[in-house]
Design a protein around this ligand. Structure first.
Ligand code: NAP
Length: 528
């Protein structure tokens, strides 16, 4: 049942007077439940509980954390239709998408459970002492990764499950040993509360300390800013706009004790189509890309917002085929009136720039909150001169840049801001002739795709979902897959520490049987 209250640890709480409702964009009406924004005293209570919980939670075994994470997954599934219906009513997204995202969320939680249960993720490394070394004895040094402390996670508007309350950031932080305080996204506060109730149930059933998880309601930027500035918070995870992510990053940097903000922000995901590929399959590529641009009403951080090619008849044919194909798609609902309005405004701003040509702009936007998909084309020189054309238009929109030659194509790529993905479309043997283009693309992105589409982020250890700024605030980390746990830990060394006082991961006997780097050799063997 949705109460509209905050979870301050395991307690439901609504001390404040500021309230708000979520919105059903499909029906164009407000949903009934009323949510109460957290007060300063509730924020302080949640951070204090998280700080206290950290003292015990950081030492909870991998086996117990795995039970907790698996219990969260089971409790989310037990929410069944209530969760799916609430999700759909708060997003305008179809049931199939809700179920798919739930599957991904549960899968992420279980993959982190497997990771911490196995245990080698802490990267234990041991260099045993050499007391007789000349001219100086060598001390015994043992290192592992330890959790940072309470983490604040901002729920994402476009992924109410997989990147929100129990999404990738939360799953990774809980797996690492960090308590989590979620700043619930106001557009899907009901989905958030239901998932929070699943986490609290799981925490209680598996004996986790109170405060290991809290869910904070808010509509407006004040509560989020207070959380980021709070001295008891040690790291932040965020998915959303560049404006929001950058503001939080700057706030965290201005604190007396600066803390890391791992923000995954806007991206236009350049797609480079090489000449032979364009020549041989422009029609098929147009159909593939019309689908990718409109998937999920274009509300994906990996949406292909920019398509690059060298001027030719084939490129002109591709532009017409893409424009025709996209106009044949049925318009679909956006997440919220505000996101719809932002789409319209940003799209019109780009379309009004000098020397842009609108080749598709669906004119049957009859239902409220439904997006009209569009394609714009521009030449390489104009694109290079106008930074407005480089900005994300979040929705079913893409721009085709027609470059004079390969040098201009390379210049356009090199002048892009950092991106999550880059895609190369090439015919066999063609790519080897364009090493400069590929190198330029590699410099600007976190993941490079060959002959595919950027939409669809596989959750697995080799996935990189991150990239040079501003696609993320720290390109050394991924926000998806088990290695995303590294955002919430720091390396820590014990020097000459007694064996019985070391954590199990570093003890001579290797009681957990994990893989360790011992005197520069990877092994599961005990130290004699
Ligand atoms: P957002 O505006 O960045 O907000 C995300 C979250 O951060 C919200 O909970 C918001 O709080 C909070 N927030 C934003 N600015 C803040 C600040 N200065 N201080 C404290 N908290 C702050 O993103 P959104 O609501 O999801 O969507 C708005 C636009 O962001 C979209 O139209 C789209 O352009 C872009 N977006 C991009 C991606 C992507 O993956 N590329 C994903 C989602 C959104 P409140 O809502 O409570 O104010």
């Amino acid at each position: 049942m949705i109460t509209g209250k905050n979870y301050i640890g395991s307690k439901l709480s609504a001390k404040g007077s500021k309230t708000y409702k979520t919105f059903n964009p499909e029906l164009n009406i407000e949903n009934e439940p009323i949510y109460t924004e957290a007060t300063i005293s509730e924020i302080n209570e949640a951070t204090q509980l998280a700080t206290e919980a950290f003292e015990t939670y950081k030492a909870v075994s991998g086996e117990k954390k795995a039970k907790f994470l698996r219990a969260i997954a089971d409790e989310i599934l037990a929410l069944d239709d209530t969760l799916i219906k609430t999700y759909c009513s708060e997003t305008g997204l179809p049931e199939g998408r809700a179920k798919g995202e739930r599957g991904r969320t549960v899968g992420q939680l279980r993959s982190f459970a497997d990771l911490v249960e196995e245990g080698s993720w802490v990267e234990a490394s041991i260099d045993t002492a050499q007391p007789n070394r000349e001219p100086m004895p060598k001390p015994d040094l043992r290192k592992l990764l330890v959790p940072l402390g309470p983490v604040v996670v901002f729920g994402a508007s476009n992924f109410p499950l997989a990147y929100s309350t129990a999404g990738g950031d939360t799953a990774a932080a809980l797996a690492s040993g960090c308590p989590v305080i979620v700043k619930s996204h106001p557009m899907h506060a009901g989905t958030g509360e239901l998932v929070a109730s699943a986490i609290i149930k799981a925490a209680e059933a598996t004996g986790m300390p109170n405060g290991v998880f809290s869910n904070i309601n808010s509509s407006g930027i004040d509560v989020g800013a207070q959380l980021v500035k709070h001295p008891q918070v040690k790291a932040v995870g965020f998915t959303g706009s560049i404006k929001g992510g950058r503001a939080l990053y700057d706030l965290a940097a201005q604190r007396e004790e600066p803390i890391p903000v791992f923000a995954e922000m806007g991206s236009i995901n350049p797609v480079v189509i090489l000449p032979a590929a364009l020549n041989n399959r422009s029609e098929a590529l147009a159909e593939t890309y019309a689908n990718s641009i409109t998937l999920g009403t274009g509300q994906f951080c990996t949406n292909p917002g920019l398509i690059l090619g060298i001027k030719s008849q084939s490129l002109s044919d591709f532009v017409s085929s893409l424009s025709n194909a996209i106009l044949e798609k049925e318009p679909t609902c956006m997440l919220h009136p505000n996101i719809h309005e932002a789409y319209q405004t940003k799209k019109e701003k780009v379309m009004s720039q000098t020397d842009t040509a609108i080749t598709a702009n669906l004119n049957s936007d009859t239902k409220p909150n439904y997006a009209s998909q569009a394609v714009v084309t521009v030449d390489g020189g104009t694109f290079l001169k106008n930074p407005i054309l480089h900005q994300e238009v979040f929705g079913p929109f893409s721009m085709v840049v027609q470059c004079d030659d390969v040098d201009q194509l390379e210049a356009v790529i090199s002048n892009l801001e950092g991106q999550l993905t880059g895609t190369l479309i090439a015919d066999s043997d063609e790519a080897s002739e364009y090493s400069g283009v590929i190198s330029a693309l590699q410099n600007r992105v976190g993941r490079i795709i060959y002959n595919g589409v950027p939409t669809g982020v596989e959750v697995c250890p080799s996935m990189v979902h991150g990239g040079p700024y501003p696609s993320s605030t720290d390109s050394r980390f991924t926000a998806v897959g088990i290695h995303s746990i590294k955002r919430w830990v720091r390396p820590f060394s014990y020097q000459d520490w007694p064996n019985e006082l070391l954590p199990d991961e570093l003890k001579n006997e290797n009681p957990l049987g994990i893989s360790r780097l011992v005197n520069n050799s990877q092994t599961k063997a005990a130290i004699e």
